[in-house]
Design a protein around this ligand. Structure first.
Ligand code: KIV
Length: 289
């Protein structure tokens, strides 16, 4: 399909097998993207994986949380990302309530997401083991996501660090093992103590991708708008700001507006001229009118 990822000769896209093979060999870098332009930029920057996260509900669509994001919205943004990404493995989030109700719903909805956008893997939050097994058997690679799962923030009492107590930590360790057994090719660990993430990373043979889970994970993921300073909502402590693009954008637009008002933009360099002869003809016509 023309909307899907395109590859130049000699360019080899990363596969799920490449991600699995990175375990204990090299760290994996993953970042979110939600449109073709930013996907092109992060892909050129050399990330291994691009996540079309349902965080798009907050950072792109201005909503309060991720639960209202629909499958159609995920497909729309995933298609755009697939037009921009060349080499990275693109993974898309399954939105809230598109997989929880059962295996059939999970298969139908993940099938639509993969078929209509061209993404090569999906991510789903929580230990929905029958769904993960069914998707994997159907040929759809699944990335797990445990710890702070934003789709379930209401039940978790908000956006809070998970697994701080030994009992809760043991549950997360068991969940990680179960996700691997169910067929996940990697697991996002969000907002859990670093020693727990280290223990999970040592226990499972699939790569762990941390976000607020310390340095021992096999890879890291960040929300692009958080790391670039493009989102002015509350940034969690685990976010590192690598740039302040929001402030730069604001200043650039301020400068533009000032130049428009002051008449210093556009200059002849940004305008189109006209042959002297044609101009003379135009002026003659204007005089006749
Ligand atoms: O939606 C998202 O961006 C995510 C990351 C925070 C892992 O799930």
């Amino acid at each position: 399909m023309s909307t899907h990822q395109t590859f130049s000769a000699g360019e080899k896209p990363l596969s799920v097998l490449d991600v699995l093979g990175a375990k204990n060999r090299r760290k994996l870098a993953m970042v979110t993207a939600y449109d073709a332009s930013s996907a092109r930029i992060v892909d050129r920057a050399g990330v291994d994986m691009v996540l079309v996260g349902d965080s798009l509900g907050m950072v792109m669509l201005g909503r309060e949380d991720t639960v209202s994001v629909t499958l159609d919205e995920m497909i729309h943004h995933s298609r755009a990302v697939m037009r921009g990404a060349r080499r990275a493995l693109v993974v898309a989030d399954m939105p809230f309530m598109t997989y929880e109700t059962g295996v059939e719903a999970a298969l139908l909805n993940a099938g639509r997401l993969v078929r209509e956008s061209g993404v090569r893997a999906v991510k789903l939050e929580g230990a929905f083991l029958p769904q993960i097994r069914a998707l994997t058997e159907a040929g759809i690679p699944v990335m797990g996501h445990i710890g702070l799962t934003p789709q379930r923030a209401a039940r978790l009492g908000g956006f809070k660090v998970q697994g701080r107590k030994a009992g809760a930590a043991a549950i997360l360790l068991d969940e990680a093992t179960a996700l691997e057994e169910a067929g996940c090719f990697s697991i996002v660990l969000e907002a859990i103590p670093a020693p727990l993430a280290e223990a999970i990373t040592a226990r499972v043979s699939i790569p762990t991708i941390g976000i607020g889970a310390g340095a021992a994970c096999d890879g890291q993921v960040l929300v692009l708008h958080d790391m670039l300073g493009l989102y002015d909502g509350l940034a969690p402590r685990f976010v590192k700001r690598y740039a302040e693009l929001g402030a730069q954008m604001e200043q650039a637009v301020r400068d533009y507006a000032e130049e428009v008002r002051g008449g210093t933009f556009p200059t002849p360099a940004h305008s189109f001229g006209m042959d002297e002869e044609e101009r003379a003809r135009l002026e003659a016509r204007l005089r006749e009118a």
